[in-house]
Design a protein around this ligand. Structure first.
Ligand code: COA
Length: 160
């Protein structure tokens, strides 16, 4: 596979996302990490901040590139020679939504593009960006759940 896209809100990136990125990068020549807006969410970090955090914790991956875009994911895929889209599955709760998105996207692609699901490593299956922010805001320990650079950004953003 040449160019593969892994897109998400990444508000902020967690070790669960990073685990997936590390594994996905071994499957392709070029892994595009797409920082997007989910219209149903109001991001805590700006697009630039989210992208910067991802760049800092993926410097070891020579074939990863961080990009950001708005609009339809399928539109980006159609216009940028993407051959497959990677999604992570944490638990059965993710399945129905992912199936719906994959099928809708498939309808919107103007060529054959596969959605590839990678199972999240069990130790990260309970993590989400929201739960990390909530626990951190209430003085809970999130070390080990997010990259160090994210921990620093959380401290800065929450003035701790
Ligand atoms: N490890 C840890 N957390 C994970 C994870 C993993 N492997 N996989 C997902 N998560 C978390 C995310 O942090 C996120 O947490 P949050 O809800 O607390 O922010 C949650 O699970 C959902 O993640 P995801 O399913 O990737 O949603 P998202 O909002 O980050 O990204 C988009 C969804 C942006 C890819 C999708 O909305 C999209 O494609 N938007 C573009 C518009 C479009 O094309 N719409 C039509 C789609 S058919």
């Amino acid at each position: 596979m040449k160019r593969v896209l892994y897109a998400g809100t990444f508000d902020p990136i967690t070790n669960g996302h990073l685990d997936l990125i590390n594994r996905a990068s071994k499957l392709c020549d070029c892994l595009m990490i797409g920082v997007m807006e989910n219209k149903s969410k109001k991001p805590f970090f700006s697009t630039e901040e989210r992208s910067e955090m991802i760049k800092k914790c993926t410097t070891h991956l020579k074939n990863a590139e961080v990009i950001s875009f708005d609009g339809l994911l399928a539109e980006y895929v159609n216009c940028n020679h993407i051959e497959a889209v990677i999604r992570g599955l944490r638990a059965t709760m993710d399945f129905e939504f992912e199936m719906q998105m994959a099928q809708m996207n498939a309808r919107l692609y103007n060529k054959d593009v596969e959605t590839i699901f990678l199972m999240t490593t069990p130790q990260f299956s309970f993590i989400s960006s929201s739960i990390v922010k909530e626990v951190f805001a209430l003085d809970g320990d999130v070390s080990g759940l997010v990259p160090d650079v994210v921990l620093e950004e959380l401290k800065r953003a929450f003035h701790k």
